[in-house]
Design a protein around this ligand. Structure first.
Ligand code: PLP
Length: 378
């Protein structure tokens, strides 16, 4: 069997081990330590924000963002429907109620018109949400000016789920820095990784300070263990923060490599009428985390045909995220779309979309092989 080609897998640079070694040599194996502090500062500098908290996962970061915005039992939180379940599970952790918002075709992200509709309906019922979680899918920013204008009108803060979009920009600003709070993930499949980890960022330094307090079991400043509040064990360890520091140095290079992968697919498939690559919006620059394509309505080739043809050659690909409002676990939640009829934009993208192998370690031969297999089906 030929070596497996992955959707997106960890790609180590030359400096990660040095930082990890430092942690060993200085015996900073605990959560907290110099690598954690440096990683937080280096990330904050890279994205241009005041404060950041290195955490054990992106999911933990979303959880603490919700807690920071005082989301409690029975509060309502709007969230993009087309995403990974980690975007909305923390809403349930807080006992709050998610309302899912449909996508737009332009960016696959939250549709500003659907959001506006959701707010109008919420206002009528006196059920204004306490936060809106906006996801920047597959490395491309949502149309945040439009979304923010609507949220500002209702005075509702935005949590920007930039787990997939670190390094992408929106009108010159870094994705993840535009909402009140932003989160990143360093899970193994993301554009940079710490094997597992996340970060919460904000210009509100007090909020970040408080998040760090909650993340370390809400331990009061006393000699004994004193707790006034519920705590969490959400801090990033100093060992993996060392990996993150090395990875961050490679981020710009990875974005270039991811873009080259996307451009190659786009160019190779340009003459196949039934294939459309995920659009790139002119308001920003994606990080091209995953190259995604859709097959036109009525195309004789199904996404599954492509996925299985690749799998046969030990190549990983996936359908687009299954929307949250279609997940059995979330089936009772409200969903808002501007589409009349029964198929929302998010569902349509799910049914017609494929995430192509986007691993930065792929060789030219690997890519040629993938392209040949796909072209062979048309
Ligand atoms: C990966 C991901 C997360 C969760 O990050 P973890 O670090 O795996 O907890 C959240 N939202 C989106 C959109 C993601 O892709």
């Amino acid at each position: 069997m030929s070596k497996r080609i992955y959707l997106a897998s960890p790609h180590m640079g030359s400096e990660e081990l040095k930082f990890v070694q430092e942690a060993f040599e200085t015996n900073w194996i605990a959560p907290m330590g110099p690598n954690v502090n440096f990683f937080e500062t280096e990330m904050a500098n890279y994205i241009g924000i005041n404060a950041s908290a290195a955490l054990s996962s992106g999911t933990a970061a979303i959880h603490l963002a919700l807690k920071s915005l005082n989301i409690k039992e029975n509060d309502i939180v709007f969230c993009s429907t087309l995403t990974f379940s980690a975007s909305c599970n923390p809403i349930i952790y807080q006992g709050a109620i998610p309302v899912f918002i449909d996508s737009e075709y332009e960016s696959y992200n939250m549709c500003p018109k659907a959001l506006e509709k959701a707010f109008i309906e919420a206002k009528e019922k006196n059920q204004i949400p306490k936060a809106v979680i906006v996801v920047n899918l597959y490395g491309q920013s949502a149309d945040l000016d439009k979304i923010k204008e609507i949220c500002d009108r209702y005075n509702v803060p935005i949590i920007e789920d930039a787990a997939e979009s670190l390094g992408a920009t929106y009108k010159g600003r870094q994705s993840g820095t535009i909402g009140e709070m932003g989160i990143y993930s360093f899970n193994g499949n993301k554009i940079i990784t710490t094997s597992g980890g996340g970060m919460l960022v904000s210009n509100n330094e007090i909020a970040i300070q408080k998040a760090k307090f909650w993340a370390t079991q809400s331990r009061e400043n006393e000699r004994h263990y004193e707790h006034l509040e519920l705590g969490f064990n959400y801090r990033m360890s100093n060992v993996v923060a060392g990996i993150g520091r090395g990875q961050l140095k490679k981020l710009d290079e990875r974005i270039e490599q991811k873009k080259a992968i996307y451009d190659t697919y786009k160019n190779e498939f340009k003459d196949i009428d039934e294939i459309e690559m995920m659009p790139v919006c002119d308001y920003g620059r994606p990080n091209y985390w995953l190259s995604v394509m859709t097959l036109k309505e009525g195309c004789k080739v199904e996404p599954l045909d492509i996925i299985l043809a690749l799998e046969k050659e030990n190549i990983e690909s996936r359908p687009v995220w299954k929307p949250m409002h279609l997940q059995p676990f979330y089936k009772n939640c409200k969903f808002v779309s501007i589409v009349d009829g029964n198929k929302s934009v998010a569902e349509d993208l799910f049914l017609r979309g494929i995430c192509l192998p986007s691993d930065t370690k792929m060789s030219k031969e690997d890519m040629n092989k993938i392209i040949k297999i796909i072209k062979g089906l048309f």
